[in-house]
Write a protein that binds this ligand. Structure first.
Ligand code: ATP
Length: 200
């Protein structure tokens, strides 16, 4: 469950802004262009979206506040998503009661990801969230057009969505990973036996 979202320098949110999500439904209301969709963009971005287009920009650094009437542009954007880990769903109890996922990007184009303040790879975030239903490719963010997409999806794609919902996809990913490692080891063994043949 989402607990909070903190934005700083992200799109129209120049100042540090914190949203708290409580049980039940949270509705964000505001006039056109006031930044409602930017909140959803921030959630997609912190979860690792690599496509600037899906965030309605052309470059990844477009998410950094680029100035408004009285304020100059900023040099970095940062978003933190706090997840409630009371049931150990996100990486077990060792992660703590709350798990905070952070993404930063600088004007230079450099960026970083953190889990509970510690630097990590995007892959670590994907592993943490696999099978939980949260993720850029998961079903927890249903954007305009996604329902249509689901109805028109091929049986294979639709099955992938159900597998993610059922928590199976994390095991599938692990199995693929293990198979890849096994193939590498087999290659090494083959090479080794060639060398042994040469030496003999
Ligand atoms: P609508 O109801 O029209 O969909 P909305 O409330 O969802 O509007 P958004 O599309 O989220 O609004 O916000 C767009 C606003 O964010 C625009 O005013 C745009 O100028 C501002 N914005 C987007 N990127 C940046 C940026 N990098 N720096 C500053 N402002 C930005």
């Amino acid at each position: 469950m989402l607990k909070a979202l903190e934005l700083s320098g992200f799109k129209s949110f120049a100042d540090k802004t914190r949203f708290e999500f409580h049980e039940g439904v949270t509705v964000v209301v505001g006039p056109n262009g006031s930044g409602k969709s930017n909140v959803v963009d921030a959630i997609k971005w912190v979860l690792g979206t690599q496509s600037a287009k899906s965030l309605r920009g052309s470059e990844m650094t477009d998410v950094i506040f680029n100035g408004s009437g009285s304020r100059g542009a900023l040099n970095a954007a940062e978003v933190t998503l706090v997840l409630d880990n009371a049931d150990g769903k996100y990486g077990g109890e060792s992660q703590g009661r709350d798990v905070a996922i952070t993404r930063r990007v600088y004007r230079s184009g450099e960026g970083e990801y953190l889990i509970n303040g510690g630097a990590c790879r995007l892959r670590d975030i994907r592993d943490l969230l696999a099978g939980t239903g949260i993720g850029t490719e998961a079903y927890s963010i249903i954007e305009q057009g996604k329902v249509d997409g689901l109805l028109q999806a091929s049986p294979r794609d639709r099955r992938a969505i159900f597998e993610e919902a059922a928590g199976i996809s994390r095991f599938r990913a692990k199995r693929q990973d293990a198979a890849r490692r096994l193939a590498r080891v087999e290659q090494n063994l083959l090479r080794l036996s060639d060398i042994v043949d040469e030496v003999e």
